[in-house]
Design a protein around this ligand. Structure first.
Ligand code: CP
Length: 313
């Protein structure tokens, strides 16, 4: 079990073994988080810049807490108060951050490929915190971690991803991670948001929600990503909720042990009934908790850590 990568740019390029290394390292960090002293010195003397050029609650705060727990020095870049507003390019902004000895850049950007671009022009390690509709690797890792922790395995599970798949970086990263780990992935939603081309990624595509949820071990819901849609992809939110929302009636027709997941932010009453978001089969807040351990694991590994065997259990 080992890790040799300097960057975490996507899930597509990872092997199943590398994904499992992150999950196992995160399990060790989750145990560290239950100790009285939750901090470890793994990133002492290292500087991490959180370069969030798109809004975020969960990912940004989770990375920042992970960096604090690893004893790093942290710079939180605020795009709206920066010289990006004066026309400075992303490359020049990042080069200036590196000139201040940034060792790690955690980047969220609306442009697909922005983290890959920075990894080519910087010496610092780059971690993708979500790039356009392309990938959100740490979200997929925390989702896989949550599934494995709750179900004891990923291999052989039926995972349904329901909603706006087309514009979702979470969906793409989850599809890569789950198929590499041996799950069967079904995609469902309006045909405008779930094109059949996703079958080429090894998924089943269906537009029949009853069929999509009936045998699912996991139902992962996605919100409508209005910020990335250039035109209306369905007649109305009410119609979307009635045709593809997870309602109490639909939940009754799922397996009694099927888990409900959502990367957040949730839109109550649209893709998910409010009561379902809060019910005991929902692991939405557990996903957030697990995100901290995953981000600690990722930072530890890209800093040269080899795996969980290096952490005192
Ligand atoms: N899941 C997720 O990426 O949430 P944020 O946009 O709040 O970071």
């Amino acid at each position: 079990m080992s890790w040799h990568r300097k960057h975490l740019l996507d899930i597509e390029s990872l092997t199943a073994e590398e994904i499992v290394t992150v999950l196992d390292t995160a399990r060790a960090f989750k145990a560290v988080g239950k100790r009285a002293i939750k901090k470890v010195p793994a990133l002492r003397g290292k500087t991490v810049v959180n370069l969030f050029i798109e809004p975020s609650t969960r990912t940004r705060i989770s990375f920042e807490l992970a960096e604090q727990r690893l004893s790093a020095d942290i710079i939180n870049f605020t795009a709206d108060a920066s010289s990006l507003k004066k026309g400075e390019t992303l490359k020049d902004t990042a080069l200036n951050l590196e000139a201040l000895n940034a060792d790690f850049i955690v980047i969220r950007h609306s442009a697909s490929g922005a983290p890959h671009f920075l990894s080519r022009v910087l010496n610092a390690s780059v971690i993708n915190a979500g790039d356009g509709a392309h990938e959100h690797p740490t979200q997929a890792l925390l989702d896989a971690f949550t599934i494995r922790e709750r179900k004891g395995k990923i291999q052989g599970l039926n995972v349904t991803i329901l909603g706006d798949v087309l514009y979702s970086r979470v969906a793409r990263s989850n599809i890569w991670a789950l198929t590499k780990l041996g799950a069967s992935v079904t995609l469902c939603g309006p045909s405008t948001l779930v094109p059949r081309v996703f079958e080429q990624m090894g998924c089943r595509v269906t537009y029949n929600i009853e069929e999509a949820i009936a045998d699912a071990d996991i139902i992962n819901l996605l919100r409508i990503q209005h910020e990335r849609q250039r035109k209306t992809m369905f007649p109305s939110l009410n119609e979307y909720a009635s045709l593809f929302g997870l309602t109490k009636q639909r939940l009754e027709r799922t397996r009694p042990d099927a888990l409900i997941m959502h990367p957040g932010p949730i839109n109550r009453g649209v893709e998910i009934d409010s009561e379902i978001a809060d019910c005991d089969r929902s692991v939405i807040l557990e996903q957030v908790t697990n995100g901290l351990a995953i981000r600690m694991a990722v930072l530890f590994l890209v800093n040269g850590g080899k795996g969980p065997q290096e952490l005192v259990q």
